[in-house]
Structures are given as structure tokens and as C-alpha cells.
Write a protein that binds this ligand. Structure first.
Ligand code: FAD
Length: 433
């Protein structure tokens, strides 16, 4: 999905190569004559707030020119932090991992499947990277153990040498133990477990902290509540990047130009706390449901189910794990977020097709992973989304309904006893039997 003011060049495929994205960004830069403002091979070393004579605050930015090895400090009125968050790998703690004799790596260092030819590869994590990499590696590997804690298996058809297993809980010399107690040998551990937010160039005076993967103190995941002339673009993840970045920047510019008035610091912090509380409630409820399904949490007996305390107790029992997904937005969350920013800054409305289109691609990812990238989409002027596959137009709604039913039946077929035993176990615990 493109920036709203510059479409992607028309192409046959909808899922373009990363080199096409780079060309698009270069064309964007040329079209708006932006290159004159960009300094390549300059490393930002330090950003520090400074007080000015008129009582306002500005920023001292120290930059190293990597060509000449010289360092300069400049002053500016406002600052956009856009350093990305896909470069510092997050490696999960795994019990006894030092005993594992195989190779360990993170998706950050993955380039191509060939080095995994004939090997047994444990891929930890089944989000975008985990799924993409599993499919590629499966084309050459002996076996891929796709390890995740989703409540049920990925419904989509997968290559026969991909085996879905529960999350890794421990390692031994030749392999791993999974959440359900089973174990399997592996030659490689490939962690697709995401990345850390880091801002090594922000001085302590900036007061920015990252706790449990939450960047604080930000209003709307964007504006520093103590220094509203500093904004962080691109903190949310599981989003549609370019359109969302565009809305974030427009919102920040509106506040700088004083087209909108930001609430005071206390109100911004309260807004953030409310958003966080809402996230936790939703997250914990889902987490609890999943944890009960997988048997990781003991549900309350009927005696304990006092109307006022049940939620608190249940949340307490499944605490942890969700807070760190505060910046994860997903399908509905990111569209709602973009609408919220657009409405409050009186920007152009988010196109009405966005939610449907995003949901459609998400459903395809879930239910037809093997063919998703062969689908082609065209958004017509009126916002109607048309879809083609193998040169023929698809009746999307009917096709999706059929696909979902078929894949869910397959899932029941593949994992019937697993699903059945979880359901029975859960019911028995609830009934106190
Ligand atoms: C494997 C992978 C696949 C992806 N696939 C997709 C996809 O199919 N579709 C999609 O929409 N998104 C995809 N994404 C996400 C997408 O790449 C990001 O959303 C997007 O790149 C974020 O843009 P950004 O400008 O915020 O950060 P980045 O693209 O990470 O850019 C940050 C820039 O800041 C620079 N920088 C950092 N620190 C400093 C410093 N101190 N001084 C100077 N410069 C600095 C970095 O060098 C970098 O150039 C993928 C990401 C990954 C990792």
C-alpha cells in the first residue's frame, strides 16, 4: 500500500519484491525533489533537549559524517525519530539453550533457504517472518518444526515437511522440548521472535524509556508527552506501514502548526493510560481464553466464580505476556488508529476500502498461505476491491467462505483429538469434575 499522494506504478503482481519498494521510495524522492534534504552516511549519535531563551525547547542533534569522520551538532525546533525497529533481534530465554549443539540464529540474519538443505530446522514463532521463512526453508529442508503457541494449528494448508509444534520450553543437546511435553531433534534453531525497540542516540534528558517493549511516554503511540516537539513515527507494528506513517506525520505536523491543540501533559498521559488499560483488558481476556484452551491456566471452580472477583482472579492467573504487544495493532486496530488521528487532525478520511482490503489479505494469509502471493488486487476509483487468481476474477466473498469452511474442517481432521481433549479438559475443570 502506497503513500496516499503517490501511487505504486501499475504492475501485474500485487505482492511486489523489496527491490520494487526501494524503487518506489526512490521515485517518491525524485518526484518531490527530496534528495537535497537527505544526508546519507550520516549517523545520529546524540539527541538532547535544549532550553531556549524564550522559554521554549529545541533539540541539539549530534551527527557523525561517516565519509569524513567529522562530528557536528546542529539545533532544530522539532524532531521526528524514525530509526525503525527491525534491527535489534529479540532472542527469547530458553531453558538449557546452552546445551543445544546445533546452530542458533535469528530471522534478522536469514537470507536464503539453501544453507538449510537437508537439515531439520526448528522455526520459533509463527507470525509474518516465521511463516514466510518456514515456507522458504521447507523447499529444501528435511523437516521444519514450526513452533508456536497459537491456540490451534495454522488452518492453511502447508507443505508436508512442515510440522506444527507447541512453543519451545527447553533445549537439550540434539533438539527441543515443546509446551505439551513432546520433544524433537533439530539441527538448527531459527528464532522468528521479533525485535527490540532501541534509541541509543536519545540522551537521558529525553526521558524516553522502553519497558516490556512499550515505548514511553508517548501520546497516541506518537508524540512525546513531556516534549511535544518530538514524535516517533512507525512505532506500531502489524500495520499497513506507509499509509499509517503518513497519517502519523500529518497529525504531528498539524500539532506543530497548531492546526490542532494537543491536550496538556497530564491529559495526554491519562489518554495513554486509558489506551493501555483497554489493551490489557482485551489482551488478558483473549490470553486467558487461549491459556485455558491449552491447559496452561487452571480455570476457576464454580465456587470461585463470584461475579465481582472472577475477572480479576482470572486475569491475575494469566498475567504476563500481553503488555509487550501494546504497540501491536493488527487489522481493526490500525485502521481505527488511523481514523482516530485523521478525525482529530481534520485530515483526509481513511479510504473506506482499507479495512476490508486489509482483512481480506489477513484471511488469505491465515487460510491460503501457499497461494497468497499469487493473488492480484485492483482497487477501483469508487473503492471497490477486485481480486484475480490464475488470470481469473475471484468472487471474493464466496471464495473466502468456502475456503474457511474447507480449511477449518481440515484442521478438525488434522487435530481433532487435540482440540477435543482440550475442550473436554476445560469443560471438566469448569464443572469441577
Ligand atoms: C523481514 C521483513 C519483512 C518485511 N516485510 C514487509 C512487507 O512485506 N510489507 C510491509 O508493509 N512491511 C514489511 N516489513 C516492515 C517494513 O519493513 C517496516 O514497516 C518499514 O521498513 C519501517 O520503516 P521505518 O522507516 O520506520 O524503519 P526502517 O525501514 O527500519 O528505517 C530506519 C532507518 O533509520 C536508520 N537509522 C537508525 N538509527 C540511526 C541513526 N542513529 N542515525 C542515522 N540513521 C539511523 C536505519 O539505518 C534505517 O535506514 C518487513 C520488515 C522485515 C524486517
Amino acid at each position: 500500500m502506497a503513500f496516499p499522494d503517490f501511487p505504486f506504478p501499475a504492475k501485474e503482481e500485487s505482492f511486489v519484491h523489496h527491490t520494487d519498494v526501494l524503487s518506489y521510495l526512490e521515485e517518491y524522492t525524485n518526484h518531490y525533489n527530496l534528495r537535497q534534504y537527505i544526508k546519507f552516511r550520516h549517523h545520529v549519535e546524540k539527541v538532547k533537549p535544549v532550553d531556549r531563551d524564550d522559554g521554549s525547547n529545541g533539540w541539539a542533534v549530534t551527527v557523525q559524517d561517516l565519509e569524513t569522520n567529522t562530528t557536528t551538532t546542529s539545533f532544530c525546533d522539532s524532531i521526528l525519530v524514525c530509526n525503525g525497529h527491525y534491527s535489534v533481534p529479540m532472542m527469547p530465554p530458553i531453558k538449557d539453550i546452552d546445551k543445544f549443539r546445533g546452530q542458533q540464529m535469528h530471522s534478522h540474519d536469514y537470507r536464503e533457504p539453501e544453507p538449510f538443505r537437508g537439515l531439520r530446522v526448528a522455526v520459533l514463532g509463527a507470525s509474518a517472518s516465521g511463516l514466510d521463512i518456514s515456507l522458504e526453508v521447507a523447499s529444501v529442508a528435511k523437516e521444519v518444526l514450526l513452533s508456536h503457541n497459537h491456540p490451534v494449528q495454522i488452518p492453511s494448508e502447508l507443505p508436508p515437511n512442515i510440522r506444527q509444534v507447541r512453543g519451545i520450553v527447553a533445549a537439550y543437546e540434539d533438539g527441543f522440548v515443546f509446551g505439551d511435553g513432546s520433544q524433537a531433534d533439530a539441527d538448527v534453531l531459527l528464532c522468528c521472535t521479533g525485535y527490540e525497540f532501541t534509541f541509543p542516540f536519545l540522551s537521558e534528558e529525553c526521558g524516553v524509556t522502553v519497558e516490556n517493549n512499550i515505548v514511553k511516554p508517548l501520546y497516541k503511540h506518537l508524540i512525546h508527552t513531556a516534549f511535544p516537539t518530538m514524535a516517533f513515527v512507525g512505532i506500531p507494528f502489524q500495520i499497513v506501514p506507509f499509509p499509517l506513517f503518513d497519517v502519523q506525520v500529518q497529525f504531528f505536523l498539524s500539532s506543530l502548526k497548531q492546526d490542532i491543540t494537543l491536550p496538556d501533559k497530564t491529559a495526554m498521559d491519562q489518554d495513554t493510560q486509558a489506551a493501555f488499560a483497554e489493551h490489557i483488558d482485551k489482551g488478558k481476556a483473549v490470553k486467558f481464553f487461549l491459556a485455558v484452551l491449552t491447559g496452561d491456566v487452571t480455570p476457576l471452580t464454580h465456587e470461585e466464580m463470584d461475579a465481582d472477583t472472577v475477572h480479576a482472579l482470572q486475569r491475575l492467573r494469566c498475567s504476563g505476556g500481553q503488555d509487550r504487544h501494546y504497540h501491536r495493532m493488527g487489522v481493526e486496530g490500525s485502521v481505527r488508529y488511523m481514523e482516530e488521528l485523521s478525525t482529530s487532525a481534520h485530515l483526509s478520511p481513511v479510504p473506506s476500502y482499507m479495512l476490508w482490503f486489509y482483512k481480506l489479505v489477513f484471511m488469505r494469509m491465515l487460510f491460503s498461505l501457499l497461494t497468497i502471493k499469487q493473488h492480484r488486487y485492483v482497487v477501483e476509483a469508487g473503492g471497490r476491491v477486485r481480486e484475480w487468481h490464475n488470470g481469473r476474477e475471484v468472487n471474493t466473498v464466496w471464495n473466502l467462505r468456502r475456503l474457511v469452511v474447507v480449511q477449518l474442517m481440515r484442521l478438525m481432521w488434522r487435530d481433532f483429538w487435540g482440540v477435543f481433549s482440550f475442550a473436554t479438559k476445560t469443560l471438566r475443570k469448569y464443572l469441577g469434575l
